[in-house]
Design a protein around this ligand. Structure first.
Ligand code: APR
Ligand code: PHB
Length: 394
């Protein structure tokens, strides 16, 4: 088989890139290791920046998001038992975020791809990338007991943190920056009305908590837990009791509990691989970077990466110019590092770090006090939360 762009991975990065290239008349094939149902079974964050919603609109998959998603103009920060609202809309001159689950974004992109009759190869085994330092890269994979080969002009590594693309780059050609946090997030999805109409980020001496939602009848909650905790050891009752203890009196009163639909523990990591281009192979999304989930930047960064990448490829095919391809990595990394900084900072601000001792707690309290009581402090959080522009213009 031949194609212009072989996309490895059918997560949000690969699927969105596929749609952007399709709109531009560039031929692409997606090769995915798992089945479509498996991809849809993964539950991830659910806050979309306007840059992301604009992209989904641009590729024509925004209808259901506008109907079912919830526009939020602010969120609460709860510490020392009191809630303070960050009025993002006012602080950013009218910007909001869209609360719409990543699973739904993935489903909408998959449906659009199928409706357009575009090729996605699911359940591809032993996917390998070859010759990406030449003008004729290849991808091989196994399916139905046979080895297949795709000849292409470019490879897009949209295959997530554990993918094959980054792993295929010679060690000396890549630099990795990593920080692993000493705790995880225990997440619960429940068919219960959310405790509040907006999100609540909680700093408590018992640990961080987050009250999020998927709809007016479906809630998503998280608790900071030690990395050694096992999800099986957390009964639903234990989860709700601990969440109650981290909430304020108003939250405790309004909290509606119910059986969990999903429960899992995820580690927290900051990670960036530089550069993101190796000859004719590009990395995008989780393949190149991971943020801790505080602030929900993961999907939004994946979206901006593939916007830059599609732009670079469109320029290459339309003008025979390599300028966009050459600047891809630098453009992405500038926005990525800003989001990495924000996600690390927001994580450090909201979580409990007993290893920092009483002075650590006091300094955190002072910073929280500053953020919610200073216009400049609150605006800085709001500006980062709604998302930085695609082009900084400076
Ligand atoms: N061959 C083919 N596909 C692969 C391989 C491989 N060797 N390795 C991984 N994949 C697939 C995975 O099965 C997955 O479906 O690549 C896809 C990568 O998807 P994601 O992990 O969702 O990454 P990405 O598309 O970059 O999305 C980033 O989604 O993962 C979240 O938190 C992340 O919100 C962020 C966003
Ligand atoms: C979620 O809804 O899953 C979510 C929301 C906000 C975050 C992280 C996760 O910061």
């Amino acid at each position: 088989m031949r194609t212009q762009v072989a996309i490895i991975g059918a997560g949000p990065s690969g699927l969105l890139l596929g749609q952007l290239l399709h709109k531009a008349g560039i031929d692409a094939v997606i090769i995915e290791r798992q089945s479509g149902d498996y991809v849809l079974g993964r539950i991830r964050a659910g806050v979309l920046e306007q840059v992301t919603t604009d992209l989904l609109d641009e590729v024509g998959v925004g209808q259901r998001m506008h109907k079912e998603g919830m526009v939020h103009g602010g969120f609460d920060m709860l510490f020392k038992g009191e809630r303070h609202r960050i009025d993002m809309n006012r602080l950013t001159g009218g910007k909001n975020v869209m609360v719409y689950g990543q699973t739904e974004v993935t489903r909408d992109l998959m449906d659009a791809r199928q409706a357009a009759g575009l090729v996605t190869i699911y359940e591809a085994g032993n996917v390998s990338v070859h010759d990406f330092n030449t003008k004729r890269p290849r991808v091989t994979y196994e399916k139905d007991g046979q080895t297949h080969e795709i000849e292409c002009e470019f490879i897009a590594g949209c295959d997530g943190f554990h993918g094959v693309c980054r792993a295929s780059v010679p060690e000396g050609a890549i630099t990795e920056y990593e920080k692993v946090y000493p705790f995880g997030w225990l997440g619960v999805l429940a068919e219960t009305p959310p405790v509040h109409h907006e999100l609540i980020y909680v700093n408590s001496t018992r640990g961080f908590a987050l009250c999020s939602q998927r709809s007016s009848t479906r809630s998503r909650y998280y608790l900071q837990v030690p990395l050694t905790d096992k999800v099986e050891a957390w009964s639903d009752d234990a989860f709700w009791n601990e969440l109650r203890l981290r909430l304020d009196a108003g939250g405790r009163e309004k909290l509606v509990t119910g059986p969990s639909i999903e429960k899992s523990i995820a580690p927290l990591r900051s990670f960036v691989a530089e550069p993101m281009r190796f000859g004719r192979m590009f990395l995008a999304g989780d393949a190149a970077h991971i943020v801790p989930p505080t602030g929900a930047k993961g999907l939004n960064l994946a979206a901006s990466d593939v916007k830059y990448l599609s732009g670079a490829l469109i320029e290459f095919y339309a003008d025979k110019s390599e300028a966009g391809i050459d600047s891809y990595s630098g453009r992405c990394l500038r926005r990525i590092w800003r989001a990495e900084r924000f996600s690390w900072w927001f994580t450090s601000l909201m979580h409990h770090f007993p290893e920092n001792g009483p002075i650590g707690q006091k300094l955190q309290d002072a910073e929280l006090d500053y953020i919610v009581n200073s216009e400049a402090g609150a605006r800085s959080v709001a500006e980062n939360y709604v998302g930085l522009p695609l082009d900084f213009g400076d």
